[in-house]
Design a binder for this molecule. Structure first.
Ligand SMILES: Nc1ncnc2c1ncn2[C@@H]1O[C@H](COP(=O)(O)OP(=O)(O)O)[C@@H](O)[C@H]1O
Ligand SMILES: [Mg+2]
Length: 192
C-alpha cells in the first residue's frame, strides 16, 4: 500500500536579524509516522515546528499538508495542534476547562464536551483532577493537560516540543517518592 504524505517541507529557509537558523530544510512526513527531531539547543527544532504549525512564516520555501500548499494559512486553519515547551495552559481555567477549550470554541454541545473531556482525562491518567487549578500541577501533569487539550481537537498532526523533559523529571520524582522500591534502587543517582 502506498504511504500517504501528510506533511512536506520544501526548501525552508528562516533567518532572524540576519542570522540564518534554517537553511534549505526539506522533510517528508507520512501518515501515522512518529518523527523525532534531535539536535543541539538553538539548532532550529522549535522554529521548524512553529513553521509547520503556522506560527512562523518561512523566508523561503513552502509547507504542504495533504499535498496542498498551506504556507499562507493561519494556525487555526491547519489540522495541526502543538504542545509547546511551556504548555501555554490558560492559568485562569481549571483542568477541565483547559481541556474543554477547543470544543467550547467549536460550540459543541455540553454532553459531548463532558464525555470527551472525561475520555481525555482517562487517556492522560488525570481522572479526578477536573477542578484542580493548572498552576497547582506538577510539570509532568501540566504537560498531560496540554496533550489532552490538543488531542480533544482530534488533530491530524500533533507537534510536541521537548516532550521528554518533564516525563524524565516526573519519573525521577516518582522514583524518589518510592525510594524503597526495587526500581529506584536500580536507578542511578544522576537520573533522579
Ligand atoms: N523570534 C525570534 N527572534 C530572534 N531569534 C530567534 C527567534 N526564535 C528563535 N530564534 C533564534 O533561532 C535559533 C533557533 O531557535 P529554536 O528554533 O528555538 O532552537 P531549538 O528549538 O532547536 O533549541 C536560536 O538561535 C534562537 O535564539
Ligand atoms: Mg526548542
Amino acid at each position: 500500500m502506498e504511504k500517504h504524505k501528510i506533511i512536506e517541507l520544501k526548501g525552508i529557509c528562516k533567518s532572524y536579524g540576519g542570522e540564518k537558523v534554517l537553511s534549505d530544510i526539506s522533510l517528508d512526513i507520512y501518515d501515522n509516522e512518529f518523527v523525532t527531531m534531535l539536535g543541539p539547543s538553538g539548532c532550529g527544532k522549535t522554529t521548524t515546528l512553529r513553521i509547520i504549525a503556522g506560527f512562523e512564516h518561512p523566508d523561503k520555501g513552502s509547507v504542504y499538508f495533504d499535498g496542498k500548499d498551506i504556507t499562507a494559512l493561519p494556525p487555526y486553519q491547519r489540522h495541526v495542534n502543538t504542545v509547546f515547551q511551556k504548555y501555554a495552559l490558560f492559568p485562569h481555567l481549571n483542568v477541565y476547562e483547559n481541556i474543554a477549550f477547543g470544543l467550547r470554541v467549536a460550540k459543541r454541545p455540553e454532553e459531548e464536551i463532558q464525555a470527551q473531556v472525561k475520555e481525555m482525562l482517562r487517556l492522560v491518567n488525570l481522572s479526578g483532577f477536573e477542578k484542580r487549578h493548572v498552576t497547582t500541577l506538577s510539570g509532568g501533569q501540566q504537560q498531560r493537560v496540554a496533550i489532552a487539550r490538543a488531542l480533544i481537537n482530534k488533530p491530524r498532526v500533533l507537534l510536541l516540543d521537548e516532550p521528554l523533559a518533564p516525563s524524565i523529571s516526573s519519573c525521577a520524582r516518582t522514583c524518589s517518592r518510592s525510594s524503597r522500591t526495587s526500581a529506584s534502587r536500580r536507578a542511578s543517582p544522576s537520573s533522579m
